[in-house]
Design a protein around this ligand. Sequence first.
Ligand code: NAP
Length: 429
Amino acid sequence: MKPLSVGVAGLGTVGAGVVKLLRDNAELIAARAGRPIAVTAVSSRDRRRDRGVPVDGLRWYEDATALAADAGVDLVVETIGGSGGTARALVEAALAAGKPVVTANKALLALHGRALAALAEQRGVALAFEAAVAGGIPAIKAVREGLAANQIRRVAGILNGTCNYILTEMRTRGLQFAEVLHEAQKLGYAEADPSFDIDGVDAAHKLAILAALAFNRPVDFSELHVEGIRAVSAVDIAMADALGFRIKLLGIATRTEAGVSARVHPCMVPVASPIARVDGVFNAVVAEGDAVGRVMLEGRGAGAGPTASAVVADIIDIARGRVTPVWGAGAASLSAAPALPMERHRGAYYLRLMVVDRPGVIADVTAVLRDAAISMESMLQRGRAPGEAVPVVVTTHECEEAAMQRAITRLAALDSVLEPPALIRIETL
Ligand SMILES: NC(=O)c1ccc[n+]([C@@H]2O[C@H](COP(=O)([O-])OP(=O)(O)OC[C@H]3O[C@@H](n4cnc5c(N)ncnc54)[C@H](OP(=O)(O)O)[C@@H]3O)[C@@H](O)[C@H]2O)c1
């Protein structure tokens, strides 16, 4: 059978990994795809750079969008990255030309996925993005296809390996955030500009996509509440340990009668929960369906091999003619459930205050919580240093986020509270 001819734009970690995997496993991939798959054209900026894979004999384009117009290319792989610019122009051009697209680009999908999905549907071509969420974990296929019979109530996960690595190292070695970040940058686990990762933006891009699939709603990044891990301190990690929790940066999207909420922030999860044990650079995705119950997938969320594994799986699907609507259902049957703001969130909280160690302080703190109708579950004060700062930790029963934020503002204004209060939400998964 005629090979499927693929054009790969962007020959960095992922793109070169895709070219390599298609060569290394060519025979079994052809068997599974029902036809050979051949890379025939590529695009990257620097023609002289060694890619670790042979690119001789392939058509080379300086301008990536030219791949969309190459009559010899049946399918375009976009592994350039970035939410706009060339990546977006190429994906739009390829879809408009009626060519299926496979991309690993979560930023592009989170910000422009709604319009791109509409274009793909209108042109009747596939837009596939398994690699965009949790790298090598087949999370998209699992949520969109494997759980297609379920009402999905919640989808959540550890969606950023850099953050999970930093939090794991802080806990196991008792280090502060800044020390571990510096080390991670030296090891190549964190970018020179790490803000996308550590401020939760990358995890939020992935959660926006997962939520869209789970709830059959067009992706909308602007509705997410996003916090990163910069404010997590070694004290909180030690306190979490003492209370039987682990701190993880989670993305959590929930659907209730009232609507849909999606949030990314540090969470305390019980040490015995499966997600608490996902450490280091590993990612995990948890989905809860009405028929299936809870499902958890764990694996590598980044790197050439895992990401290429997901990209090539998408190529094989397209070669076989398997095309699924981008958000799991066609545009006409997508949900219009409203987005719920963070203030409406209900949950339990961990609150750490640095207070002056003197009589009456605890009474002031409990009075603020009482006035906000927040019920305490436990209170912990470690160490004594009369007249100096000591941590006081409160865990609460379930309450509303808006009430907790009001209480925090009042607590921060107390004379005896010396630093901005640290708040971490407690989740059961
Ligand atoms: N790395 C991962 O583990 C991972 C995991 C999941 C998803 N992703 C996603 O995969 C995408 C690629 O990531 P990556 O890590 O492979 O990035 P990367 O290593 O920086 O590679 C990007 C490639 O794009 C090329 N490029 C940049 N601008 C271009 C342009 N205007 N025209 C043509 N080529 C251009 C670069 O060319 P030169 O080499 O010539 O400079 C480079 O080869 C991103 O969307 C990322 O979010 C990555």
